[in-house]
Design a protein around this ligand. Structure first.
Ligand SMILES: [Fe+2]
Length: 152
């Protein structure tokens, strides 16, 4: 089974809770790809994964938004608006899939991958330093075994 997106330290925003959730989203997107495209699983299984992905996205956005509020992040409004637009977009897709008007094809997988990458690399990397400077738990990327043994 292949992955369409892989976690790497480059994707870390330096906040453990957020990184963990991003890893969860990545794992779900890979599972969606593997079931819908590779294994050609039945539509109910695919729909279930898609629903899970949407629910987890909503939880994830809510986590970020509560951090914005607690720490009075100056870009809260713009970032929240972005979240709302994405939620609407993704919910629309799910409804189409539920109604049988849209299949979970590679185009949709690529759209979700592009969205996830963009969300992590562009928007989350912007707010993360603001939060870590204010004491939100900082997670250091773990060194690989090779780096530990041979330095680097
Ligand atoms: Fe995020």
């Amino acid at each position: 089974m292949r992955d369409v997106i892989t976690w790497s330290d480059e994707l870390s925003v330096g906040i453990e809770e957020i990184d963990t959730q991003h890893k969860g989203l990545i794992e779900m997107l890979n599972r969606l790809y593997q079931n819908a495209i590779e294994a050609q699983s039945d539509i109910e299984t695919v729909k279930e994964i898609l629903r899970e992905l949407v629910e987890y996205t909503i939880v994830h956005f809510a986590t970020e938004e509560s951090l914005f509020r607690i720490f009075k992040y100056p870009d809260t409004e713009a970032h929240t608006r972005q979240h709302n637009e994405l939620k609407e977009q993704v919910q629309e897709i799910v409804e189409k899939v539920e109604r049988g008007e849209q299949t979970v094809n590679m185009e949709l997988i690529h759209f979700l991958r592009k969205w996830l990458r963009h969300h992590i690399m562009m928007s989350d990397k912007k707010f993360a330093p603001f939060l870590t400077e204010r004491g939100v738990q900082h997670s250091k990327p773990r060194k690989s075994l090779a780096a530990k043994l041979f330095g680097g």
